[in-house]
Write a protein of this length. Sequence first.
Lengths: 455, 406
Amino acid sequence: MPADPLTLAIRFGYGLSPLHPPPADADALMAALNGPDRIARQYRQPPSPLALSRVAVQLQAKRAMNRDETEANRRALRAANRQLAEDYDDARRALMARAALSPDPFRERLAAFWTDHFTVHLPGGRWRSVVPAYVESAIRPFVAGRFAGMLRAVVTHPAMLVYLDQFQSVGPQSRTGRQSGRGLNENLARELMELHTLGVDGGYTQDDVRELAELLTGLSISDEGFAFKPQLAEPGPEVVLGRRYGGAEPARLDEVLAAVDDLARHPATAAHLARKLAVHFVSDTPDPDLVAALAARWRETDGDLAAVAERLVTHPASAAPLGAKAKRPQEFLLSALRALGPVPRALTGMGRRTLDGVFSTPLRAMGQAWPEAPGPDGWPEEAGSWITPQGLAARITWAMAAPRVVRPDLPDPRDFVETALGPLAGRETRFAARAAETGWEGVGLVLASPEFNRR
Amino acid sequence: MQPTRRTMLKGLGAIGCSLAAHPLTTTMTFAAAPGENRLVVLILRGAMDGIGTLQPVADPAYARLRPELSRASPGADLTQGFALHPRLDPLRPLWAAGELAFVPAVSTPYRDQRSHFDGQDMLEAGTGRDVPVGAVRGGWLNRMLGVVPGVTAETAFAIGRDTPLILTGDQPISSWSPATRLDLSPQARLLLERLYEADPLFHAAAFEALELAESLGRSEEVDSFGEMMRMTRDAQAEERAAEGARALASFAAARLREETRIASFSLTGWDTHRGQRSALDQALRRLSDSILTLRDELGPLWGKTAVLAVTEFGRTAAENGTGGTDHGTGGLMLLVGGAVRGGRLFGGWPGLDESALYDRRDLMPLDDVRRYAAWVLRGLYGIEAGTLGSVVFPGLDLGDDPGVLV
């Protein structure tokens, strides 16, 4: 039996919306995903080159200011900082608007999944707007494309190179290494195999990590963005998982990318990511047949992510009853915005204080600050990690307070329970929507209900 | 109708056995907790650099392996050829008072893959390599609760945003973050209870949240959306402060002064691949702040307290090319508290000579971190050695008592 529209909307999207009907069937879901990414053009975020150039401008302004505290330098630094803060605000607005208003929310969920898979966390205000720009350039264009393309884009993106220290890794026998005595940092090499591709049981050894770290030397950054610097590259060749790479003099980027491509193509990668997709979208204990089907499709298509997504949404396991998983805080918040059906301006015109109050602070309190995950392995999946006393308290508080900000004309809770949950609403939730003392409490109770917080 | 503890209990009763071990019902049933001794487990996430913390300055290989780092934060001598990182100097009085001990070369059974995540899972699960990572559900502190009589949900407390694996499992525990608040109108509270009644996961979490928010004295009545919005906004600054190490330790101490006997929280920031000098500085400051806050705020109870600070593995013996260190094997464990026989090192030192290293790169672990944890549990709570080696730490050979407690 194929999944019904309600199940598709909740399992593969951000739930119901008063503005868009749920997808009629899996074909409709896939047709939208395979179509153009219209919503990204409608609610824009600065792409990587622009975001990075603004970081560079800010860095230069900061250096100038450190050299010489003139009024002109102070003004330039202030302007650069303001630009970075505005970019970050735009990113927050776009994230909310896309999830709440898109007719194609599967794309948003996939982008969120892969962003989490390729987590980067760059602390400090300067880098904050780079993370969304990284998603925009290295993740989003590939969610219905090839995994190998995404992997190449990720390992050559400054955000990842900075986050996992690759930009500071120097081949000990490279020109720079011999002159400076600097050396290897194996952080990216390890996570690339352990987290991004093969998985921790994917059959690699410490020697493979070391060899891959040597091979990755040269991947670096400049003020303009990504840069391949042969003077940092350890003279090859290196042997990773039994295959030789590198050895050209001077070292070349395509030798490194050949190994990245092979990691993307490795059968362990297909198995690792098939399972991860099934766990994220369907169940913490996924149907083995679903996992096997996804891995098979992955291998047959050499990691064509649209083909894998198609297998996911059409597999019988994806029609199983909803509720096995708890929405993570970002999913909860974004699906609540979607259920509220705000006018675009309510999201796109949100000021900074409101963005903090409605978005950033509550997400941190719910346990899932945006955009940063605590480590390169991203956020946990299990309901028990999120539905904690402190996490649930933060959800309830948000559900009571935030809806009025995006919908000053708050819907009647008795209608809202239908819009937000339809046939999923249980007796107690319907009762609460009726019995609340105020409209905002009624809406809050619907959003705080277990039905709304599960998927 | 005003919801009271009584009406809440009635609501709970209707759900029956799934909540038999619920915080409120159990605290009302049992008065006694397992004795008066306190245990705090600090999980140092990210792999603490033990060599940079308790610096083996007399080891001839030390300065050679770490030409830059050994000069970056040189400590003053502590004992037996080891110096203490200057950021831990505030702990020297504890060392002098015999309340601080180190195990300089210790690890879990985890080897070779050097993954933070699997390493932490093994540390918290308390299992060995005979059990695949993730195969034993739950953590050793939770299993330990199952073998001590008179345990209530208040007995063990996980502090912070996330409940760490070490405390998850079949036994009821409490968890809360000092930054959380929850204020609702009486009617909304009542409706919420009904809403969650049929979903045990949500019910347990919400019930505990309402109880704790109340017991922490934050329950100013909120009757307007505007008020709630203001609180959501103002929470940010408060939040940052409240998530700090001092706030976590202070909250732990407050619970430990009441019914709680076991508390755990995590300190992060130990993954010092580059710029270790300042990163380790900050992480050690948080560690030192946590310990001193616990001591100050536990008052006389400090004498009955043992604090274990453990990390998933150590870091490479040599510094790397970026002013940091990479994932290693053997690492450092700290034991602190009035219940600890401190002022000494336990477990020996393998040396940093290349032939003495694990895999020719990492400090060789000489002992199993679980053995120390097990003997602490044995001393504080009188758990049988056989139970410790089978239920709490399945497959662990406890060996001889290292004598870490007074």
